[in-house]
Design a binder for this molecule. Structure first.
Ligand SMILES: [Zn+2]
Ligand SMILES: [Zn+2]
Length: 305
């Protein structure tokens, strides 16, 4: 498995000199299985534009690209690159786009392909020459053919968001793009008039169970790509409930799950290269991360499993 990061920035693209080393494009990761020439793209943030350009210059100009795009969810930073993905304008391109079913009425095609309407973009979806199939995805286990297994898991985010666990020939690549630790949703302060002791305990147990399930989902991964938008301090002072994890939590969860390599990403758009370097020194020191090798993902970085 070859993994390449085409976009590592969360929330919104962040161009500019303070961000050039880690990169300003939003989420897009390519998973390439070279022995069977199969490519899986995870999320369609602005980094997808670069991947599309790369594929075209590499020789897909004849339009013979066949690939799968798996969407974790449809927040803008994860889909904004789709209209700029060059291969969709080429006849012969075959795309399968998988994404979670939301509680809203709109189909995946309306949400993703709907970006190609005159309201937002000069080309309409109906004018595309590529063949695109949209497939709704839920929590479960799936056979993707060629010996590739996919397990999906609901994460904790304000919109239905899926974690992915791809397994191929004994190698495991796992993603938890936008998530934060599951929390007790009931009132925990006994002084609060609405406090209910039983509910508070049940809420605590439910959150603990979900966090354990998520760590089981990560277990033994050769690579885990995990949300690390905030520091613990930022999280505890106003960012709780925003759907993103503290870096420290991602490292601890990966260590508990015996993950071999941890790529921290979904960097905050305000986080400069200097700050990310400092956070890497603080959080990725191998003396503190046990058997897990942790690093902050950069645009253009490649990992081989
Ligand atoms: Zn995001
Ligand atoms: Zn999101």
């Amino acid at each position: 498995m070859k993994i390449k990061f085409w976009g590592v920035r969360g929330s919104i693209p962040s161009p500019g000199t303070p961000y050039v080393q880690y990169g300003g494009n939003t989420l897009c990761v390519e998973l390439y299985l070279d022995d069977i020439d199969r490519r899986i793209i995870i999320d369609a943030g602005s980094g997808l534009r670069l991947l599309g350009n790369h594929l075209i210059t590499e020789g897909f100009s004849t339009g013979s690209l066949e690939t799968d795009i798996f969407l974790t969810h449809t927040h803008l930073d994860h889909i904004i690159g789709f209209p700029f993905f060059g291969p969709i304008f080429q006849a012969g391109t075959r795309l399968k786009i998988y994404g979670p079913v939301t509680c809203e009425d709109d189909s995946l095609e309306a949400v993703i392909g709907g970006q190609l309407s005159y309201r937002y973009f000069p080309v309409r979806q109906e004018e595309l020459t590529a063949r695109i199939e949209y497939i709704n995805l839920k929590e479960g286990c799936f056979d993707l053919g060629d010996g590739i297994r996919l397990t999906t898991k609901y994460l904790n985010h304000p919109l239905l968001c899926l974690g992915f666990r791809f397994e191929y020939k004994g190698k495991i690549c796992c993603t938890a793009y936008d998530t934060e630790p599951f929390q007790n949703l009931f009132i925990t302060d006994p002084r609060d008039p609405a406090y209910d002791e039983i509910m508070a305990h049940q809420g605590e147990a439910a959150a603990r169970d979900e966090n354990h399930r998520l760590e089981d989902f990560f277990a033994g991964a050769d690579l885990l790509i995990h949300d690390a938008q905030y520091t613990r301090q930022e999280y505890d002072t106003g960012k709780r409930g925003w759907g993103h994890s503290p870096i420290e939590y991602a490292v601890e969860a990966a260590m508990r799950s015996q993950v071999k390599r941890l790529a921290l990403f979904h960097h905050d758009p305000m986080r400069t290269d200097t700050q990310l370097d400092e956070l890497a020194k603080l959080n990725c020191d191998s003396r503190n991360t046990g058997n897990t090798e942790a690093f902050f993902a950069r645009e253009g970085m490649q990992v081989e499993l």
